[in-house]
Design a protein around this ligand. Structure first.
Ligand code: PPE
Length: 308
């Protein structure tokens, strides 16, 4: 995957060099996964770099922290300004932004309260998440033998590092078996999400995606897709989706910040639809990229221009 580092990282209100962004090995977050994070894309537009749905991502960051009783000493607007300044200073026209909030170094043991809260924001240039051809050709996926995290164990609505151990099991199993990505079911056997993306399917002209009660991350790309469906007059529904509906769907696609909108051409070696990117997936991709790159007007404050 194409990637390119940048010069500066934002740390607790200051800009530091990329190589200086280090933590102690005994930091609480490293020992006990007390790390909340976000992933945000900034796209090149005719008016310069624009960060896509920045406020929604930072709101989710602060909400993830709230669930875990982490007091972030910055407001939403502080973090908005920090992200904009970070992109400006790093002089990139497009990038992926990774805010991180974690319990730092200070005390030993599970009790997180004595450890200081550390806030970092990094960015780098990141290419296509599931491969260069994925957006057009689609990817081969499998249903994972690992279920997504169960309710009342780890909260799925929070984007925290701990949840990504489950994601890693899903992803590694998929890769070693020759698939690009795995789709996890929830503990009841209904479709949940990919290791790092939400899942959509198209059946009889209707766009369907698992509801928030299927242990999914409330994806901002997922919300964007649902909003675009509304704008295009496509019928869309959040619902419970049995596993086998994936196989009989006319189209399946992944939606996430890193993965953007990636078609799925097969699942468990069963061809999906025609085995190629479907027409509705293509239409949604076109609309999504036109909006994200400022070629088509975005609703409300979806684009935060870095140079304003
Ligand atoms: N589910 C999971 C488990 C997930 O990690 C993501 C994002 C989504 C759904 C989609 O959410 P959103 O980005 O708000 O549309 N995964 C991020 C991290 C990927 C990584 O490898 O790291 C991302 O896409 O940025």
């Amino acid at each position: 995957m194409q990637q390119q580092l940048t010069r500066y990282i934002w740390h607790n209100g200051e800009f530091i060099a990329w190589d200086d962004a280090k933590v102690h090995v005994m930091a609480h977050g490293l020992n006990y996964a007390s790390v909340v994070f976000e992933g945000i894309r900034c796209y090149a537009t005719p008016r310069g770099p624009a960060i896509f749905r920045l406020r929604e991502h930072l709101e989710r960051l602060l909400r993830s922290c709230h669930i875990y009783r982490m007091e972030v000493p910055y407001t939403l607007e502080d973090l908005v300004a920090a992200c904009k300044e970070l992109v400006r200073r790093n002089e990139v026209s497009e990038c992926y932004i990774r805010p991180l909030v974690f319990r730092g170094y200070g005390a030993f043991g599970v009790n997180p309260f004595p450890c200081p809260i550390e806030t970092y924001i990094a960015c780098w240039v990141w290419g296509r998440y599931l491969g260069e051809e994925a957006l057009e050709e689609g990817v081969d996926a499998c249903v994972s033998t690992w279920a997504r995290i169960a309710p009342n164990t780890l909260p799925a609505l929070a984007k925290v590092a701990a949840n990504y151990m489950n994601s890693q099991l899903i992803k590694m199993e998929a890769i070693v078996n020759g698939f690009a990505e795995g789709i996890a079911l929830d503990i009841y056997g209904n479709v949940s999400e990919g290791s790092g993306q939400n899942v959509f399917l198209v059946l009889n002209g209707k766009v369907l995606t698992p509801s928030l009660s299927s242990s999914i991350l409330p994806g901002i790309t997922r919300d964007t897709v649902l909003r675009i469906c509304q704008m295009l007059g496509l019928e869309a529904q959040e619902t419970t989706i049995p596993r086998e509906m994936l196989y009989i769907a006319d189209e399946v696609f992944f939606a996430g910040t890193a993965a953007e909108i990636t078609p799925v051409r097969s699942i468990d070696r069963i061809r999906i639809g025609t085995g190629r990117r479907g027409p509705i997936t293509k239409r949604l991709q076109e609309e999504f990229f036109a909006i994200a790159t400022g070629r088509k007007e975005a609703p409300g404050d979806w684009l935060t221009y870095v140079e304003e």
